[in-house]
Design a protein around this ligand. Structure first.
Ligand SMILES: CC(C)(COP(=O)(O)OP(=O)(O)OC[C@H]1O[C@@H](n2cnc3c(N)ncnc32)[C@H](O)[C@@H]1OP(=O)(O)O)[C@@H](O)C(=O)NCCC(=O)NCCS
Length: 157
């Protein structure tokens, strides 16, 4: 298993995995992945030894040099490959990019997604708000979570 930049030819498989992972929560169509790449997002795939996409993660980057703000817009691992450390590796890699930019990281996560919430909390995220009925058509609520910029974390010890 290895991480690589997400390329356009990976998108078809990412869309298939999205549909499995987020059936009631508007899984991303191909156009959403293309738009994120067009916008300069930092997107990675986890590839198996035979070049299959097992997971993906993406960090959207906004702001200006010296004042960046980032968001984990998506992270998903094919259910056949979950629980093997791929999600952790993808998250760490996008957080490394945010740290290079000295940027805070935001994300939304379903309030009932205990696995993902635990994963984020272990990587320095805390809950900063709730967005009611954020996911559609399911109507599920989301927590907004934030991880401080690395420089701020260092100051905080
Ligand atoms: C969240 C997700 C990306 C994690 O990916 P992963 O490859 O399974 O993650 P890892 O193998 O690195 O495991 C991360 C933690 O989750 C736990 N975990 C993973 N799958 C699990 C499962 N099915 N049941 C219980 N715990 C599980 C692992 O034990 C691990 O905890 P640990 O570090 O204490 O051992 C993946 O489960 C996923 O795609 N979920 C559906 C999509 C989703 O919810 N994305 C996030 C939306 S905000």
């Amino acid at each position: 298993m290895r991480l690589e930049p997400l390329r356009r030819e990976h998108i078809r498989r990412c869309v298939e995995i999205e549909r499995i992972l987020f059936p009631g929560d508007s899984p991303w169509p191909a156009g959403a992945f293309h738009a994120e790449l067009d916008a300069g997002g930092y997107y990675l795939v986890a590839l198996t030894d035979d070049e299959q996409v097992a997971g993906y993660a993406g960090l959207a980057i906004a702001g200006v040099p010296g004042d960046w703000e980032t968001s984990v817009h998506t992270i998903g691992v094919d259910p056949a490959y979950q629980g093997r450390g791929i999600g952790t590796a993808l998250l760490r890699a996008v957080l490394d990019r945010a740290d290079e930019l000295r940027a805070p990281v935001f994300l939304e996560v379903r309030t009932d997604n205990d696995n993902a919430i635990r994963l984020y909390e272990r990587h320095g995220f805390t809950r900063v708000g709730v967005r009611r009925r954020y996911y559609q058509p399911s109507g599920a609520d989301a927590y907004t979570m934030k991880r401080q910029a690395r420089a701020a974390q260092e100051v905080a010890g």
